[in-house]
Design a protein around this ligand. Structure first.
Ligand code: MOS
Length: 732
């Protein structure tokens, strides 16, 4: 049986609210948690596979050119070396998220430093690594472009938009701001490095990998190899973080598959941390110019946002830094400009909220500058500029919670204690408060899931959906338990196997609402099947604690049928996406201390208030928000990919040199989740929450730095050297 639903109209029925089990929204522990902390959850690299051999990628030591020779013979007669794979089908770089087809192949054409060229396979990892390191590769080098400063930017027509006359609005404005900020590249920095084990059974490939979107990844690897996707089975039951870096099939997977085919035995390819930095994805650096025109009371009459980003030749992805600017604030004169350069640096792709993470951050810095210029309190300035409808299209918002998040956040945080910039000091520490808004586009994606109710009254949820540390196992278990009236210990969720119905995958914050909706639909169908057996309407059925109550009669779900009842749910995005503007909203409030002697910033307090439709699990949702705000601390203060200007190579290519916030950098984070239902977003009224809390978080910190010290750093991160220079210039 199958239940298909296209989201063409809002779902005001809110059926989840009528259910009796009481699981939705509760802080269920992740069922995968004990497995992960006890080391019994099997990650990609950990599968015990017989007769396994090991491949290590040999990579370019020049940034641009052609490979003229790979001296494979020099290493092939070493003990334990099995093969040197130089297949044209090896990947130059990973596929972009959702591509569903092969990325650029043929690694003999070199586009960036560290690009994979060959795979050296040996009996042991150590032998393969040693041989790969000494494999002689000859090049014909060519000139490349390694710095944005040297690049020619294209201005693709379909990425520009304009309404009204921004220049005139700027000229006539009572107050105007015209500022340019830069943000550096970022690495996803997932805890689990990429790894893949490939084995073949005849023409059938089994790939154990670490991936976010299996239904797309299956097509990507099949297309890369030139085989039918039906011959590919991908397994990713546990994924140690992705943050975008595992959205698309990456070089290690295709290399492992090619080698395993050639050698007729399973091959494992694991990337080192340095290889993850250099050969998976980076977030593009950005330059962003924001223009704001406002009347005397701070009401916006115009907004302009220009972004300059980069990627490799041949890549379509471009960091969508202007994505939220069309709808966050009002103003009738608007202009979006978007500019892309081709740079010979590691491929740029989705990293932790592509677009809004850096785009909303810079917009929220500019709003802080406008607040300063107009003398309007930053919270009031936002309140005055909340639009009633999408200011770019006139469409209604599916739901809008920014005002609530501003009011609630400001009150809880104690925003009224904020003082004029540079006026609060405790010894050597300058103390300041800052705030910023959060927003992220919301997406419902196609997804399928199967739910079975066994004769003994247990449910099994099955989909190829992944859990990348976000809580998917928990929330799908909760939805099924809620709909079928089963306690948590009677529901099992199986994920991460392409033999199961294709879910949405994890990415773009769409996993929970999309795949959750598929599970909901399957369960609705099962409820109808149960009702038919009890001769009542599905809507008259109460399911609780393994029992069905209908017309005052109670029946045990165990034994209700001889065999297993099964249903597949299938959700598709429909017209509501075109008819409404769908986004999530929130606010950040922070208190920082800036050391007047060293320029060091310590984040003392951080508070986030968010709304994302129905919250499915308060613990996992809150944890996502803590993670996002922690990324905000990193973005504001330390995270920065550094490229050698001579050849574009990433200099700080490990977690010792690329500085993520650690425990000592993160204060107690206060997260408030506002109660909301978004009837347009999904039949479970949920929206995506995974990425919302990084979108603007960094600005709350840098705005607080300004309030503390009077120093406005427009070149992220706001590291101590830049703050110190500002203190020396202006204050002292
Ligand atoms: Mo995300 S950066 O779409 O995994």
């Amino acid at each position: 049986m199958s239940e298909h639903h296209k989201m063409d109209a809002p779902d005001h029925a809110r059926r989840l609210d009528d259910m009796a089990q009481g699981l939705i929204g509760t802080a269920m522990d992740r069922p995968d948690g004990p497995l992960k902390v006890s080391g019994t959850a099997t990650y990609a690299h950990e599968w015990a596979v017989d007769n396994l051999c090991h491949g290590v990628l040999a990579r370019a030591t020049v940034p641009t050119g052609r490979v003229s020779d790979v001296a494979a013979q020099d290493i092939l007669d070493r003990p334990g070396i099995l093969a040197v794979i130089t297949d044209r089908r090896l990947l130059r770089n990973p596929a972009q998220g959702g591509a569903g087809e092969a990325p650029v192949q043929d690694p003999s054409r070199i586009a960036y430093f560290g690009q994979p060229i060959a795979l050296v396979v040996a009996e042991t990892f150590e032998a393969a690594r040693d041989a790969a390191a000494s494999l002689r590769i000859d090049y014909e080098e060519t000139e490349g472009t390694y710095r944005p400063e040297d690049a020619a930017f294209e201005t693709p027509e379909d990425k520009q938009s304009s309404q009204g006359d921004l220049d005139a609005a700027m000229a006539q404005a009572a107050h105007s701001i015209d500022v340019t900020y830069t943000t550096p590249g970022h690495n996803s920095a997932a805890m689990e490095p990429h790894g893949a084990i490939a084995s073949w059974d005849g023409d059938d490939l089994v790939l154990r990998g670490s991936y976010q979107m299996l239904k797309h990844n299956r097509k990507e690897i099949a297309d890369s190899l030139g085989i039918d996707p039906a011959n590919v089975r991908l397994l990713s039951p546990y994924v140690g973080g992705g943050f975008g870096s595992k959205l698309g099939i990456a070089p290690e997977a295709v290399a492992a598959a090619l080698a395993a085919r050639d050698l007729g035995r399973p091959v494992s390819v694991a990337l080192s941390r340095q290889q993850v930095f250099e050969t998976t994805m980076r977030r593009s650096e950005t330059r962003q110019r924001i223009r704001l025109a406002a009347d005397a009371e701070g009401r916006l009459t115009g907004i302009g946002h220009d972004a300059w980003v980069s990627n490799l030749p041949g890549e379509t992805f471009a960091e969508p830094a202007t994505q939220a600017t069309p709808f966050l604030y009002g103003g009738e004169n608007r202009q979006i400009g978007f500019h892309v350069a081709r740079l010979n640096r590691t491929c740029a792709g989705s990293v932790r909220a592509p677009g809004e993470a850096v785009g909303v951050t810079v917009l929220e810095n500019a709003m802080d500058e406008l607040a300063e210029a107009t003398g309007v309190d930053p919270v009031d300035l936002r309140r005055r500029n909340i639009p009633d409808t999408d200011p770019s299209t006139g469409k209604p918002f599916s739901s809008h919670t920014l005002r609530r998040a501003l009011d609630d956040g400001a009150t809880r945080f104690g925003w009224n204690q904020r003082q004029r910039p540079g006026t609060r000091r405790e010894g050597d520490w300058l103390i300041g408060l800052g705030m910023a808004c959060a927003t992220r586009v919301n997406i419902l994606a196609e997804a399928r899931a199967r739910v079975s109710l066994t004769a003994d009254g247990r449910a099994v949820v099955e989909t190829d959906m992944t859990d990348i540390g976000t809580g998917t196992y928990a929330i799908l278990t909760q939805i099924a338990g809620e709909m079928l009236g089963l306690p948590l210990d009677r529901v099992t969720t199986r994920l991460g196997d392409t033999d199961l119905p294709p879910g949405s995958g994890s990415g773009g914050s769409m996993g929970a609402s999309s795949t959750g909706s598929a599970v909901y639909l399957a369960c609705r169908n099962l409820r109808a099947q149960i009702a038919a057996r009890l001769d009542c309407a599905e809507t008259d059925l109460t399911l609780k604690d393994g029992k069905a109550i209908a017309a005052n009669k109670t029946t045990d779900l165990a034994g209700l049928s001889d065999g297993t009842l099964t249903a597949e749910g299938h959700i598709e995005p429909g017209k509501t996406r075109e008819e409404t503007r769908q986004a999530t909203f929130g606010t950040f409030f922070t208190e920082v201390a800036v050391n007047a002697v060293t320029g060091e910033t310590r984040v003392r307090r951080m508070q986030g208030t968010f709304a994302a439709g129905r919250i499915l699990n308060h613990k996992t949702a809150r944890s996502q928000c803590i993670g996002g705000m922690t990324f905000g601390i990193g973005m504001a203060l330390t995270e920065e990919l550094m490229h050698d200007p001579r050849d574009g190579h990433i200099v700080n290519r490990d977690l010792a040199e690329y500085h993520m916030p650690v425990n000592a950098d993160v204060p107690q984070i206060d997260v408030v989740l506002l109660d909301e239902r978004d009837d347009w977003a999904s039949p479970i009224q949920a929206k995506g929450i995974g990425e919302l809390s990084i979108c603007g978080a960094g600005a709350a910190i840098t705005n607080a730095i300004y309030n503390a010290s009077g120093v406005r750093v427009r070149d992220y991160p706001a590291s101590l050297d830049k703050i110190l220079a500002g203190l020396d210039d202006g204050r002292g």
